[in-house]
Write a protein that binds this ligand. Sequence first.
Ligand code: BDP
Length: 682
Amino acid sequence: NTAYEAWLNYGQLKSGSLYNQYIDWCVELVVTEDNETIQAAAAEFIQGMTSMLGKAPLLTAKPEGPCIVIGTFQGGNPLISRVFAGERTDSLGPEGFLIRTNATEQCIAVGASTPVGILYGVFHLLRLIGTESEIDALNLSMSPVNGLRMINHWDNFDGSIERGYAGRSFFYESNQFLNDTKRLRDYARLMSSVGINAISINNVNVHELESLFITEQYLPDIALIAGIFRVYGIKLFLSANFASPIQIGALETADPLDPAVRQWWKDKAGEVYRVIPDFGGFVVKADSENRPGPFTYGRDHADGANMLGEALEPFGGIVIWRCFVYNCKQDWRDRKTDRARAAYDHFKPLDGRFNDNVVLQIKNGPMDFQVREPVSPLFGALEHTNHLMEFQIAQEYTGQQRHLCYLVPQWKEVLDFNTYAKGQTTLVKHIVDGSVWGNKYNGVAAVTNVGDDMNWTGHGLAQANLYGYGRLIWNPELTAKEIAEEWIRLTFGTDKGLVVAIRGMLMDSWRIYESYTAPLGVGWMVNPDHHYGPNVDGCEYAKWGTYHYADHKGIGVDRSVKSGTGYSGQYMGLNASNYENLASCPEELLLFFHHVPYTHVLQSGQTVIQHIYDTHFEGAEQAAQLLATWESLEGSMDSGLYVQVKQRLEEQAEHAQEWRDRINTYFYRKSGIEDLKGRKIY
Ligand code: BDP
C-alpha cells in the first residue's frame, strides 16, 4: 500500500449486517444517460463497490430487482422520474443532489439537476458505505455551501513546486507537460470526491516560460488537462502574468488603461476560449513580492483587475485577484509601517470599484499562513466586492509535511470568527459563502499540498488536510472531528481503536505544533527563505515586515491604535476594542497585538516567560507522545503506510526538541529569568 488511492482506496468491508445490507441493495446499477460525467460516476460506483464488497454490481438500463439508480431529473430515466416525482428540486442548485431509499420502487436513487450533481451524489453514497453507515432509509438533500471550491497549485513549469513538500509537479517536468493522464484522472477523482470544482495549475509567481501557457504553443496541453478535469466537474484556471503583453506580446507597456493593452488581453481571452470553451479564468498576483502590476503605470488594483475582467467577461470567465499585497522592502526600524495592515490598506478603499466578474482572494490572516494569526480584517470590510478566502493546505509554516499538523481546526476557527460587520453576528463563513452580501462569486481557495510523491502529500497523514479542506468548504458546519473520523475510516478502515487513536493525534496536532514553535501568536521564528525549523531572529532584521521585536525586556508587536501601528483599528465592533486592550486581547494572540515585558502575567497566573518555557517543554513531550501513540498501532494497518508515517513522527519528535531548546535558550539568555520548575535550559 503506497496510499496512492488515499481515501478512495475502497477497502474491503467485513461481513456483517451492514455488509449484507449493501450486498442486497447493490445487485444492479441503473444508468440510462450517456453523459461522460454520469458515466464516470457509474464507473466510480462499480469500482468502489466491487472493491468494498468483493462483488461487482451489474450495470443495466432496466433493473430486475433491488438496485441503485442514478440520473438527472430531466434525463428521462422512468425510475428517477417516479422516485423524485413531486419533489422540490429548484433549491438544490446546479451542484446539489438528493439520495432516497425507496422501498416501493426497490431502489436507492441518486438524483440531481446536472451530471456533476450525480457525481457528487455517487461519491457521497460511496462515502456512506465506506464509513459503514446505514443505507436502508436514506433521505438526503445536499448542496455545497460555497460557490467556488478551489485548489491553487504553485507548480512551476520546470517541475519544482514553490512550497511543495511532496515531491515534484505531476503536471510538468523540465519545461514540458507530462500528460500523465492516469495520474491526472486519479487526481481529478480525489478532488471531485470532496467537491472541488476549480483548480489553477500553475504558480502565482508566473515566470517567463509559464507566461507562454496562454499561447498556441501550450494551449493544447492545457486543454488536455482541462478535458480530464471537466469530466469531474472541475474548471481549469491559470495564473497569469500581468506583464504578459510585454513578455509574450509585442507591446511595450502593460498599462491597464492603454487601449492596445486592453485589446491584447481581449484577443488573448478569445484564443484561450477557442481551445478551452469552459476555461475558468485567471488568478493574478500583482504588485506583490516583485511581481509586475498596475502600480508601474500609476494605476491601481481595480484598474488592473477590471481590464482582465473585461477581457474574460464575454466568455463567462472570472479574474481572481489576490490581496496578498504588501511592501517587501520595508525598514524594521520604522514601527509605523506594519505588514499586517497592508491588505486592508490597499483594498478597502477600492471596495465597490471592481467589475462583477472580479473576485478578490484574501489570505485567512493578515500576514502569511502562520500557525496562529488573527482573521484578516478584510473579511467584513468589503461590502461591494466578490471575494474568496485563501487557506494554505501546504504546511509552509506548520511543519512542511514533516510534522503532523491537522489544519481543519484552524480553518474552522477562521470560518466561525464573528466580524460584527452587519449586526451582532456576522460570521466569516457567511461572508465567504456570499450570503451576507449576496455576492455573485464566493467561496474558498487553498494552496495545495500535493506533488508526485506516491502518496500525493509526502506525510501520509497530511492527506487528512487535503480531504478535510474539501469537506469543510463543501459544508462548513461539519466539525473538524467528524471530518477527521470520516477520513480515517475511509483511509484506514473502521476499527474503533484505530479510529479513536488517529483521530486524537490529528485533533491535538495543531495545538502541539503551536506550543513548541512560536509563542502567543507572535509567529515567524523560522529560518528565512525555506521557512523550516527554528530561528528566532532569522527574519527579524530583514525587510519583509515579519517582526517580533524581542529584546532583553520584552517581546511582541504593538499593533494598538493608541501606541502602536494602528492595525487593531481595522477591525469592527468588539473585535477592535478586544484586540486594542491588553486586558481583553485573546491570549493566543497576545504578542501579535501587544509588546509586553517577559514578566507580564497571563490569565493563568503565569508570566509570559514561564508560559514560553512551559509550552515548549510540554509541546516537545506531546510530539514524542504522538510517536508513541502511532507505535501502539503497529500491526493494525498496512505496514508500508505505518513505517512511512512513523519515520515522519520520529523526525517531528526530534525536531520538536530542537525547537524547544532553541526558543527556550534564546529567551532565557535574553531575559535572564530562571525557569520556575528548574528544568535545564542552556
Ligand atoms: C508566501 C510564500 C511565497 C508565495 C507567497 C504568495 O512564502 O512562496 O509566493 O506566499 O502567497 O507564503 O504569493
